[in-house]
Ligand binder design. Structure first.
Ligand code: GLN
Length: 290
């Protein structure tokens, strides 16, 4: 069988399983199994041997069972980086690229992009944010913390395969790895920028999320408690102890949370506040200065 015929059949099968863009996903699966770019697949329409056909069928079956395509293919794209993902780690979302953009524009506006800064990424997961910032700010040192050892193994791998060296991943909840910093002279006491995309879904919304999220992604990376704000209640007061004067805290927030998060920051004594909407119009990124 040739590739495009297989795309047609696999797309039909994914469509019947209720996948949103079945033919596009079928293209990705067939091209990935063949190890070619999609344009090449369309140009050459290669013959597929039996081993690859059964690999494609395996991937299609997994996708029809609603496993996320990024887990099946083994990676996601984030800010031009190839990020390895799989069960146990949150898949980077396109709107999170905006968190990176906002952090970089805060630095650019102040002419600080090339300065040797210390940057902290809380709940780093796959490391995608920390790695994108580390690559964009080669003079800086970026730290990423996470409670999940499984996630940190992905993060370390992603640093290695992307050849990024100015990043350090540490195990622990939020600021925990820095709590005994006097005993740990190798880690900084203060950061110029702290960023985070913490778990922020309301527990009740998590039950309503699409099956790819609800059944496959790690709950710990998504569940922000009854109102989704649990992590922000720890991060915001905590950040006061770890930000340099004039530093910035930049947070990704969920639907209808920007106002509450801003209020928490104001209550904790933070200064100016800016909110950026994502491409769907949701108030998504909250930036506050210390
Ligand atoms: N944006 C993710 C979702 O909607 C949630 C990520 C998070 O909780 N930080 O599935």
């Amino acid at each position: 069988m040739r590739a495009l015929e297989k795309v047609r059949l696999a797309g039909g099968e994914l469509g019947r399983a209720g996948i949103d863009n079945p033919f596009k996903e079928a293209e990705h699966i067939v091209a990935a199994c063949l190890g070619v770019e999609r344009v090449t697949m369309y140009r050459d329409d290669p013959e597929i041997d039996d081993a690859i056909l059964s690999r494609i069928d395996g991937f299609v079956r997994r996708r029809a069972a609603r496993e996320p395509i990024q887990y099946i293919l083994g990676y996601a794209e984030f800010c031009g980086l190839r990020i390895k993902v799989g069960p146990g780690v949150l898949i980077p979302r396109p709107e999170t690229e905006m968190l990176v953009e906002v952090a970089l524009s805060v630095l650019d506006e102040r002419g600080m992009r090339k300065a040797p800064l210390d940057i902290l990424d809380l709940c780093t997961g796959s490391g995608c944010i920390a790695l994108a910032l580390a690559r964009a700010c080669p003079g800086s040192r970026v730290y990423g913390t996470d409670v999940s050892d499984a996630a940190l193994r992905y993060a370390e791998h992603n640093a290695r395969v992307n050849g990024i060296q100015n990043v350090t991943f540490l195990a622990g909840s939020l600021f925990e790895p820095f709590e005994h910093r006097s005993a740990e002279p190798s880690v900084p006491g203060f950061f110029d920028i702290i960023v985070s995309n913490p778990p922020y879904l309301r527990t009740s919304d998590l039950e309503k999320a699409q099956p790819e999220v609800r059944a496959w992604e790690p709950r710990d990376a998504l569940d922000g408690g009854a109102d989704g704000l649990d992590c922000f209640r720890t991060i915001i007061p905590g950040a006061r102890n770890y930000l340099s004067r004039g530093g910035f805290l930049i947070l990704e927030v969920g639907v209808n949370q920007a106002e509450a998060v801003t209020a928490l920051a104001r209550g904790a004594g933070f200064g100016t506040c800016e909110i950026r909407r994502d491409y769907a119009g949701v108030e998504r990124i909250v930036t506050v200065s210390w």
